[in-house]
Design a protein around this ligand. Structure first.
Ligand code: UDP
Length: 347
């Protein structure tokens, strides 16, 4: 869809987008994917304001000139932030993201992920802002019936985190119909790696994601990596995931935003590389990249984990003129390892 327009004058068009003094408001802008998306927005000449409560995000990861520290569940605080800037569009990341924690404390997840999102929608309406990109998740698919997963695959989340993402997607559909909101939900598979230029990167406290945990084991910061389940119906019995580089994910947000602004985006896109790796394959890639021993302990399955999640990213590739630049695991792990070493030196 993009290609016809492409031949017109894409550069011109991009410099026009950069000329508007309207900002893109990025909630959760100090977080892992939010901060990388801000970097890509700035690279496209967009003006940005980040919003974050800094509960999980890091101030130093925010590369734009404006950061408002506020919680999305605080409607009055949020209203002040919205009134301070001319905002043309919102990218909404602010959310709790740990599946295991969502099983233990669902109320926390529904409160933050739904109430926060509803507050953002309320203020968008108050201020006449009609464009929203929503940070959704492959967790909305639950245990998929077939792989790779297309957007038309039924959504049947199996944990409160996934359900909170699915519920908000449905809220967006209703608000689109009722209020003319233009929205896109991006269903991420497994975000991984760090900024190619090494300026920003992944820092979760506590860390729950596989690649940084394996690299911490390689660095001697953990005694071992525990594999959560070795009896899945997969190639080697361990969980299969589609790891997408965070810069590719970030670029997809910019592409989706431009597609909505130009009026041709679909409401949902899967974002992955379309290839699955087992936990053993991830550990092997980390061994090759680091050249270190990585002790492994085999443990039980983690509740709420589906056996395999692999994207069919064709729709995003067709509509958004977007291609992941990282198409295999090892280069992704390299950026994560480089960041971890540099970040270790900084802290
Ligand atoms: N995993 C694991 N050990 C860990 C962390 C994760 O075996 O310490 C597995 C997990 O069961 C899943 C895969 O690694 O199959 C990716 O998990 P992660 O938490 O990174 O992302 P998720 O797919 O849960 O969003």
């Amino acid at each position: 869809m993009r290609s016809a327009r492409h031949q017109t004058s894409l550069e011109n068009e991009n410099s026009m987008r950069g000329m508007t003094d309207e900002r893109v408001l990025v909630t959760g802008g100090a977080g892992y994917i939010g901060s990388h998306t801000i970097k890509q927005l700035l690279a496209r000449g967009r003006k940005v304001v980040a919003l974050d409560n800094l509960s999980a995000g890091h101030r130093e990861m925010v590369l734009c000139d404006e950061l408002v520290v506020v919680d999305v569940t605080d409607l009055d605080g949020l209203r002040q932030a919205f009134s301070r800037y001319r905002i043309g569009a919102v990218i909404h990341f602010a959310a709790h993201t740990a599946v295991g924690e969502s099983v233990e404390n669902p109320e926390k997840y529904y409160r933050n992920n739904l109430l926060g999102g509803l507050n953002v929608l309320r203020l968008m309406q108050e201020r006449g802002i009609r464009t929203l990109i929503f940070s959704s998740s492959a967790a909305v698919y639950g245990e998929p019936r077939s792989i790779p997963i297309k957007e038309a695959h039924p959504a049947a989340p199996v944990n409160p985190y996934g359900r909170s993402k699915r519920m908000f997607e449905e809220i967006l559909t209703d608000c689109g119909t009722a209020y003319g909101l233009q929205h896109v939900s991006l269903r991420y598979f497994n975000a991984a790696g760090s900024d190619e230029e090494g300026q920003i990167g992944e820092r979760h406290e506590p860390e729950t994601h596989l690649i940084p945990i394996v690299l911490e084991a390689a660095a001697g910061l953990r005694p071992h990596i525990e594999i959560y389940g070795t009896d899945y119906p997969t190639r080697d019995g361990t969980g299969v995931r589609d790891y997408i580089h965070v810069d590719d994910l970030a670029r997809a947000h910019v592409a989706a935003l431009e597609a909505v602004e130009d009026g041709y985006a679909a409401p949902v896109y899967n974002l992955g590389i379309g290839r699955g790796y087992t936990v053993h394959q991830v550990i092997d890639a980390c061994r090759r990249v680091t050249g270190r021993e990585i002790p492994v302990v085999e443990g039980p399955r983690r509740p709420g984990d589906p056996p395999a999640l692999v994207a069919d990213p064709e729709r995003a590739m067709g509509d958004l003129d977007w291609r992941p630049r990282f198409t295999t695991l090892e280069p992704i792990v390299k950026t994560a390892w480089r960041w971890m070493q540099a970040d270790g030196v900084r802290s």
